[in-house]
Design a protein around this ligand. Structure first.
Ligand code: FAD
Length: 302
């Protein structure tokens, strides 16, 4: 069996595997798609100490760093079941069962898509999901934020300080974000809020040039001209496969303590699949290191 088996090959998983392997213990990493969300990212300018890089480049660097160590890399494999016996068992979709003394889950998350025409086609060409990451690319431009929950309104407030104008597009008749956030939002001069609006299409050929929505009161269609659309309708952790095993929040995030430990002894978790407050590359890597050190600590005590 492995000493540490990491499930997930994004920044959190890569960091966990490297930290574990450096303890001289038997380490494996199984990932559906090595690199994770980083593969879908264009420019990265907030990975501290690297002024600017691109997602695929960083993903390759992650893989190269992992390959410097004696780590079993099982790419293109999806885990479908976790079971705690004497050892922790991970069953893969191909039927294989991997056994390990400890497991670190780092299966990440995915942005919830709005699934309208243009969203997929214009991803990274004006359709964005992460204001911390991509906000500065829209300096001086007009953008929309789809979604009036806490993350949408936080994004709108954040973006209003950078871009020329922000239009918030909310499906429901009212904004659902916390009152303090709404107060702050309405105090800003360059924000417009449109409620009861069903986004119909994100328009543009090479780049986003606008957004079409239907007024749900009147059924009328409207088009707004803008250069960027931030979709902020939720982040979904990739933890469905753990249903009925370890403790998760009502959002499906794995609950971890300060050592990265979950509710199952010997099972740790890191990165965007956990209940961490913020989801960023640098944060995922830090929590991956924490989980690996937590797992090592567990191994020497058990
Ligand atoms: P992920 O990167 O999501 O990796 C999860 C891994 O688990 C993948 O390898 C996946 O294939 C695998 N996996 C999932 N399910 C299974 C399963 N059942 N079995 C096996 N493997 C599985 N952050 C920044 O700091 N700066 C940025 O500029 C930035 N830009 C972004 C732009 C975009 C478009 C997106 C989507 C995100 C961006 N982020 C950015 C956020 C950042 O990418 C994430 O916070 C980070 O990648 C999370 O790392 P992770 O390892 O926790 O998860």
């Amino acid at each position: 069996p492995y000493d540490v088996l990491v499930v997930g090959g994004g920044p959190a998983g890569a960091s966990s595997a490297i930290y574990a392997s450096r303890k001289g213990i038997r380490t494996g990493i199984v990932a559906e798609r090595f690199g994770g969300q980083v593969l879908d990212t264009l420019s990265i300018e907030n990975f501290v100490s690297v002024k600017a890089t691109e997602g695929p480049k960083l993903a390759q660097a992650l893989e190269e760093h992992v390959k410097e160590y004696n780590i079993d890399v099982m790419d293109l494999q999806r885990a479908k079941r976790l079971e705690k016996k004497d050892l922790v068992e991970i069953e893969l979709e191909n039927g294989a069962v991997l056994k390990s003394k400890t497991v670190i889950i780092s299966t990440g998350a995915r942005w919830r898509n709005i699934n309208v025409p243009g969203e997929h086609e214009l991803k990274n060409k004006g359709v964005a999901y992460c204001p911390h990451c991509d906000g500065p690319l829209y300096e001086g431009k007009d953008v929309a934020v789809i979604g009036g929950g806490n993350s949408g309104i936080e994004a709108a407030i954040d973006l209003a300080g950078i871009v020329k104008h922000v239009t918030v597009v909310e499906f429901a008749p009212e904004i659902k974000a916390d009152q303090v956030l709404q107060n702050r939002l309405y105090s800003l001069p360059n924000v417009t809020v449109i409620t009861n609006a069903a986004t119909k299409e994100i328009t543009g050929t090479d780049n986003v040039n606008g957004l079409t929505y239907t007024d749900r009161d009147t059924g009328e269609e409207h088009h707004i001209e803008l250069q960027g659309v931030f979709v902020q309708i939720g982040l979904v952790p990739n933890t469905e496969w753990l249903e009925g095993t370890l403790e998760r929040s009502k959002m499906g995030e794995i609950i971890v303590d300060k050592h990265g430990a979950t509710s199952i002894p010997g099972v740790f978790a890191a990165g965007d699949c956990t209940d961490s407050a913020y989801n960023q590359i640098i944060i995922s890597m830090g929590s991956g290191a924490t989980a690996a050190l937590g797992a090592f600590d567990y191994l020497i005590r058990n």
